[in-house]
Design a protein around this ligand. Structure first.
Ligand code: NAP
Length: 257
């Protein structure tokens, strides 16, 4: 496979790093020349990663092309390029619909949206793909879990999950800061929080039939300390407010101009 990237930034770097960490991968990669530093760095690290002279050269020399520029410049960049009907295009541009992309890159027939995350560099996380696309699924499947969806509404809703990462770390930071305020050594506090939450993250996989609330109830012994915190946060509408924020992000990514 000849895989090209239009836009060589953080996400492209993560995908290429992940792909090239797979032993015996046969994907040859052609990068667009911007960002110059990131492209040069990737090309210097891997023998079959090259930098094209310009964006058009990426299209002219590749069969599969990933679009990885920021949405603000996508229209301008893509409308200047000549795509072929047989190009297989995977758009990583999170906030542009498949219809918008398809209109910009005519006459391409095979247009897929994919949402990998930067942790793909370490072959972790999951990539959402819409619509189901065996070629894109097998490419991203080399790197991490793939979740293919039939409806754009499912893609959009799943995308909202990626807006919760910072909140997760703030949650851990709140526990960590509380511990250090009470004189626990920074490293012990961090070690304890990281180790316990790593174990908790495994719980849904070890009990695949259990819903998340079932797992919550397993820890929330009646009258116990887990039940206390859960009850207090529910009473203060913390989770309702959180769900409202999910709604807000969903509105933001689905109301497109
Ligand atoms: N990062 C994420 O976590 C993530 C996750 C999911 C989806 N996405 C999507 O992936 C896309 C890329 O995100 P990113 O985080 O990789 O952004 P980024 O780091 O800003 O990378 C975009 C790159 O595009 C380059 N560029 C600018 N003008 C260009 C042109 N005319 N032709 C070709 N390349 C050009 C920029 O180069 P210069 O530096 O030289 O300007 C920049 O390095 C976005 O649409 C975003 O929605 C990102």
């Amino acid at each position: 496979m000849k895989l090209g990237f239009i836009g060589t930034g953080a996400l492209t770097s993560a995908i290429v790093t992940g792909l090239k960490s797979v032993p015996d991968n046969s994907v040859s990669v052609l990068l667009s020349p911007r960002n110059e530093e990131i492209a040069a760095n990737l090309a210097s690290r891997y023998p079959d990663v090259r930098v094209a002279t310009d964006n058009q050269a990426v299209l002219d020399n590749c069969d599969t092309v990933m679009l990885a520029v920021r949405p603000q410049i996508a229209r301008d960049v893509l409308s200047k390029l000549r795509f072929r009907p047989d190009h297989h295009v995977v758009s990583l541009i999170a906030t542009m619909s498949r219809e918008e992309i398809t209109a910009l890159i005519a006459p391409v027939a095979q247009v897929t949206k994919a949402l990998p995350m930067p942790m793909i560099a370490h072959r972790q996380g999951a990539t959402i793909i819409y619509p189901p696309d065996p070629r894109a699924a097998s490419l991203f499947g080399i790197l991490a879990k793939v979740i293919e969806v039939e409806e754009p509404s499912e893609f959009d809703a799943l995308s909202v999950v990626t807006a919760t990462f910072a909140t997760y770390f703030k949650y851990l930071d709140t526990i960590h800061a509380w511990l250090t305020d009470r004189g626990v050594a920074d490293s012990s506090a961090r070690d304890y929080v990281v180790t316990l939450y790593k174990a908790l993250a495994n719980a849904p996989e070890t009990a695949p039939d259990a819903g998340f609330m079932h797992l919550a109830e397993e820890y929330a012994t009646r009258g116990g300390i887990n039940e206390q915190i859960l009850r207090e946060l529910i009473a203060r509408d913390v989770f309702d407010i959180f769900a409202e924020s999910l709604d807000g992000v969903h509105r933001r990514i689905t109301v497109r101009d």
